[in-house]
Design a protein around this ligand. Structure first.
Ligand SMILES: Nc1ncnc2c1ncn2[C@@H]1O[C@H](COP(=O)(O)OP(=O)(O)OP(=O)(O)O)[C@@H](O)[C@H]1O
Length: 275
């Protein structure tokens, strides 16, 4: 699915002068950035900095008003979300968007159908080949539930799970397409400390599988613990980029986001859990 000119050492994602205007609001002002393959790349910044808008542009939910986005060597800034998903990108949303009446397993199977030939609704017609495909999808979905630690809940209605597990289920559903790039929009929102630690451990295992992760997150403990690189957005522009220690010690970042009261010696800043 990658471009013939794409080499495995090329950045998986290249943003060139990405600009997004909503009427009078400029949400992104010419973002230039590259994400190498196989890392956890976090994007942080205060409310309204443009983080979700950037994820929406990358995943095709929004089309930037200007600029180019290349994913696996292909231009995608004018592609719809399903085409980008089929190229190998998957995402979760800030607010849980599961089918609450469907089982945990079925929710993961819905995610997998993005890549099947028959599609989820056509599968209802149930030809023999479709049934075989369906059975294979069921097996894969179980394997993903096992991977994220939800195998025991496979037959429960998704809506019956506590929020923390629903968020993990969303990640399982996004993983069901076996994406090269996974975008996570505030996965730790609403999670307690233990759930957030488990989430961090899961993201680490996703990376170990070879999936690149882009994480938009306010929980600084999580970000500083699991990120290979951090991009700081401020009013729609990159303010800084680097490894966690560089970001923690960057005076502009400290000044702009973290407040004067925090110093790097105190460890990762939390600011009431929020930037
Ligand atoms: N659909 C839209 N129409 C108009 N303005 C929008 C739209 N989406 C986002 N914006 C504006 O764009 C700017 C960036 O918003 P965005 O949600 O991307 O920020 P964010 O960094 O994700 O914030 P948060 O941390 O609160 O989620 C904000 O000023 C927001 O009000």
């Amino acid at each position: 699915m990658t471009s013939p000119r794409f080499s495995s050492s090329d950045p998986i994602l290249i943003l060139q002068d990405v600009h997004m205007q909503f009427g009078g609001v400029t949400a992104l002002k010419g973002i230039r950035y590259q994400v190498p393959r196989g890392i956890v790349q976090s994007i942080i910044g205060p409310n309204g900095a443009g983080k979700t808008t950037l994820l929406n542009c990358i995943s095709g939910v929004l089309h930037p008003t200007e600029g180019r986005i290349s994913f696996l060597g292909r231009r995608v800034e004018r592609e719809p979300p399903h085409r980008i998903a089929a190229l190998g990108m998957s995402r979760t949303f800030q607010h849980v968007a599961l089918f609450p009446q469907m089982s945990v397993l079925e929710n993961v199977m819905v995610g997998r159908h993005v890549r099947t030939r028959s599609g989820f609704w056509a599968a209802g017609l149930r030809t023999r080949s479709m049934r075989r495909e369906e059975a294979a999808i069921g097996r894969d979905a179980r394997a993903w539930l096992d991977f994220v630690g939800l195998a025991d809940a496979a037959h429960l209605p998704a809506g019956a799970l506590p929020l923390g597990k629903q968020k993990i289920l969303e990640i399982a559903r996004a993983l069901a397409t076996d994406p090269a790039l996974l975008l996570l929009d505030e996965p730790a929102g609403g999670l307690n400390t233990r759930e957030t630690e488990e989430l961090g451990e899961l993201i680490g295992r996703i990376k170990e599988r070879g999936t690149t992760v882009i994480l938009v997150e306010h929980d600084m403990n999580l970000v500083m613990t699991i990120s290979d690189r951090i991009l700081v957005l401020y009013y729609g522009q990159p303010l800084a980029s680097g490894v966690p220690d560089e970001i923690k010690e960057n005076p502009e970042v400290i000044q702009a986001y973290l407040g004067d009261e925090w110093t790097p010696d105190e460890g990762a800043p939390i600011m009431n859990g929020q930037l």
